[in-house]
Design a protein around this ligand. Sequence first.
Ligand code: CA
Length: 321
Amino acid sequence: MSDMLQRVVSLTRGPIRHEKVLRESHDKTDAYRTLHLLLFFPTHSSKMASMTSEPHFDDKTMKTLGLAVLLTAFSLTSACNSGSTTSGSGKAAHYSYEVVNVYPHDPNAFTQGLIFRDGKLLESTGQEGESTLRRVDLESGQVVNKVDVADQYFAEGMTVLNGKVYQLTWQHHLGFIYDYQTFQPIGQFSYEGEGWGLTNDGQSLILSDGSNRLRFLDPSTFRVTRTIAVNDNGTAVFKLNELEFIQGEIYANIWHDNRIVTINPQSGAVTAWIDCSGLLKHSEAPDQEAVLNGIALDESSGRLFVTGKLWPKLFEIKIKK
Ligand SMILES: [Ca+2]
């Protein structure tokens, strides 16, 4: 892990930040509830005031006071949000999962990209000297066909768009393009920064790089057409890894985290956290890098598959809302 990455990890202890967001948002809710009471139920509020021996104000005074407080609160909120890259669109939902099916997964596959298409899984695996692009039979876990990536490259995210497979590398700023059917190499492309996860929305390639940014790339020119900053109610969510575009949202693994986030592709706002803790038993994970990574949707049936690096199992899960 690079120094920069270690700094990012140490700065972004997810649960602590997340609790902070929840606490702040809870406090904000209480404040608005009080203001609502003052503004719209002044009589009731006056009663409350007299019951608690506070000085008595008439209805007009209460309304004026309430409005002043409300305006101040709004201006403070605006000031706090200025300069932020967020949409501030409210609290994210929290979901869990249930296992529908369990399938075998190659325990030597360092999963960096995963999709499901035409009845088969496509998988990109990483590590220098071990990187591959492979088509895998779901039921048996057997590799149907495979391309080895040159030893110097560490393959990363992968997606299919318009009959082509696009595969990233981690730190070489280089992507490979293959024919979807034959896996014949048909081109390369370059991009700035690191390559982590890759998906597409039918038009653009969407690339993660371990930060909280997602870049949208034109699949012909590979120019960045736009960038979103992923945030949960204003707090940046870092270490975005493997991606999947599902029903208008981007699903993302977070490196070394058992949670998947779902992201609004316009604003970057996190809409939900899916806690996948407990999917793989501790004893089944061969080392500390054997983390949850890999989300694939079977569009024809709606089945959702997840796995991890070096995991011996691949799970079909249903999200419990
Ligand atoms: Ca995926």
